[in-house]
Every structure is written in C-alpha cells, then in structure tokens.
Design a protein around this ligand. Structure first.
Ligand code: FE2
Length: 338
C-alpha cells in the first residue's frame, strides 16, 4: 500500500524530472471554463516550462472539431465530462493509450479507461434532492425511484442528456437490460412533469413545489451553497439529500475526464500534464472549479462539497458501464422516456 504523501512526492518528482527535459507546448482542448483552472495552467507552466495553449468550447463541438481535423489535429489533450460522452469520443478514436504508473497509482481503477485512453480527474455523484417539508421518507435507492409510492413526485432531466444515459448504463451494468427496462417504465410513471431543463432546474422544481424529489449531480447543489444560484440558494434549508444505494452498490458517480489525443503532436508533454492533474494541488483546483469531489483518494474537499459529505460510491468500472450507452438510449426510447 502506498501512502498518499509518498504518492504526492512521486507526483512532484515526476513533474520536476520532466521539467529538466521538457520544452515547448501542450495544446489542450477543454470544455472547462473555471477560474480555478487558470491556477492549474500557471502552476504547470511554472513547474515545467511547458506553455499551455487552450482551445475552449462546448464538449460536443470540440469532439466534432477533433474528428474533422483528423491526423492534422493540433490537440494534445481532450478535457471533457461524462463517461458516456468520453466513451463516444473514444469510439471515434480520439484518444491514444497512456501507460503511466503514476496515473495508475493515483486514479482509482474504476475512474479510468483500462488501457489508459482517458482518466477521471474529478467525480460527481448522481443523487436525490428532496423537499424536507413534503417528503417524510425519501427514496434510498435508484430502484425506489420507480416505486409506485413516489408516483407524480420525481423530476429528472431528459433521456437525451448524457447524465441520464450514464445512469441508465450503470443500471444495465448492475441488473441487466430487462430489469433496466422495467425500471425506466416505472420511473417514467413517477415523473412529476415531462423531463425538462438542466440539473439545477430539477432542484428548482423541489423549491417551487413542482417536484418532491429531484435527480441531480452533486455539484449543482454544492454550487448553490457556495454562491447565489437563483431559485435554489435562498431555500437550501428546506432541501435534503440522499446518497443512493449506500447499503448496496454505492452511489452512481460520473467523471470529468482527460485523455491524450490520438494524434497529439506533443505526446510527452501531454502525459506530463495528465500526471500533473493527479497531483494533490491540481486535484484541489480541478475539483473545486466545478464543486466536484477529487478523483484521487485522500485529497481534501472544498467547503461546499464537504457540506454534502463523504459517501460510498459505486466502484464498478465506469469504462465498462459506458459501453452500455447505446442500449441505455434504446431502453429510454422503448418506454417513451424522452
Ligand atoms: Fe453538468
């Protein structure tokens, strides 16, 4: 067992070993746009002398751009979110394998691709938020979302959204297609309204009274604790939350990912950058930028995330879960969950 302090030293040594040799640039295609990321890039530049060039955009646009650029793409790294989207990018051949002992030691196995195509650098759980004054016994498991006891009470975003797809993919991975289909049909029957809006809108629905229980990623609520989010922050005292499946499979988690681009012109610098992202200080900047949980065990939580607390996560391999993405969409379609 390697302790986290030893790993941090290993991360630092690796970083500075790189600094003696490395020069030039690393080109990062990123769908992230957080202030704390500026510190990430400047710290990496200061430590290595490698200049960071960034192209920022919406995830699907960056992926389309990389596909269009093909072997001429200047991208060294793709940073994006969600295992399903990352799986699609991988299916398009946008990543290459990275064999890094440091990354294997730092990033838990279930949060990275088995051949090193991508690594999860922060995580978020998909959990339940409920109205304390209206819900005495909130659902404790994903299965219970489909229990008739919650008829007309649940709010969840569209099945076309990647978060919904990855959640369904995990249900398929644990219980099989038939059970997943039954679950989707029951969940559809329990919806308080047609799926609409983003995750924050589901939590807003709890505040407005339209929904009793909302399914949302943790960071949308943590953000409302940290700063003013219209329609949520003023009412946080009445919102309770449940980390599902704590006595069984653990709460479904998803990831922000980084992987080395298939045609990376600066491959070694790209690997150094990914290794840097796994260091303690980078983990803190990276996760805090979006009120997420760090991927590397032992790295502290930001105050807003600490308020939500620690939980038991589903440790089934996210790369394997995401392979169910096409089946997940087919099941939602089959039961008319839009
Ligand atoms: Fe999100």
């Amino acid at each position: 067992m390697i302790t986290s302090s030893r790993l941090f030293v290993a991360a630092t040594i690796s970083l500075f070993a790189g600094s003696a040799l490395a020069e030039g640039v690393v080109n990062i295609y990123s769908s992230r746009h957080y202030d704390t990321d500026e510190r990430l890039y400047s710290e990496f530049e200061d430590a290595t002398g490698i200049r960071v060039n960034r192209i920022e955009g919406k995830a699907d646009e960056l992926i389309a751009r990389m596909i269009a650029e093909g072997p001429n793409s200047p991208a060294d790294i793709l940073l994006t979110v969600d295992a399903s989207r990352t799986w699609r990018a991988d299916q398009e051949g946008l990543y290459q394998p990275v064999d890094s002992e440091l990354l294997r030691e730092r990033v838990p196995e279930y949060l990275r691709h088995e051949a090193g195509h991508w690594f999860g650098f922060s995580q978020r759980a998909r959990i339940f938020f409920y109205a304390k004054d209206r819900v005495e016994t909130p659902p404790k498991t994903y299965a219970e979302l489909a229990d008739p006891a919650f008829q007309g009470q649940i709010c969840m975003r569209s099945a076309t959204n990647v978060y919904s797809q990855t959640l369904m993919s995990s249900i398929i991975a644990h219980q099989g297609e038939e059970a997943a289909r039954t679950w989707a049909a029951g969940l559809k029957d329990n919806l308080a309204r047609d799926p609409q809006g983003g995750d924050t809108d589901q939590i807003r629905g709890v505040v407005s009274g339209e929904c009793d229980v909302a399914v949302s990623n943790t960071y949308y609520f943590a953000r409302a604790l940290r700063k003013d989010v219209d329609g949520v922050s003023a009412q946080v005292e009445n919102i309770g939350w449940v980390f599902p499946n704590q006595s069984t499979t653990g709460a479904h988690v998803n990831v922000s990912t980084g992987g080395v681009a298939a045609h990376a012109p600066n491959r070694e610098n790209a690997i150094l950058f990914l290794e840097y992202l796994a260091s303690d200080s980078a983990q803190r900047y990276f996760s805090e930028g979006n009120d997420e949980y760090p991927a590397v065990p032992g790295v502290g939580l930001s105050p807003s995330v600490a308020a939500l607390g620690y939980f038991r996560s589903d440790t089934m391999d996210l790369g394997l879960i995401a392979e169910n993405t096409p089946t997940a969409q087919a099941i939602y379609n089959a039961v008319g969950f839009e």
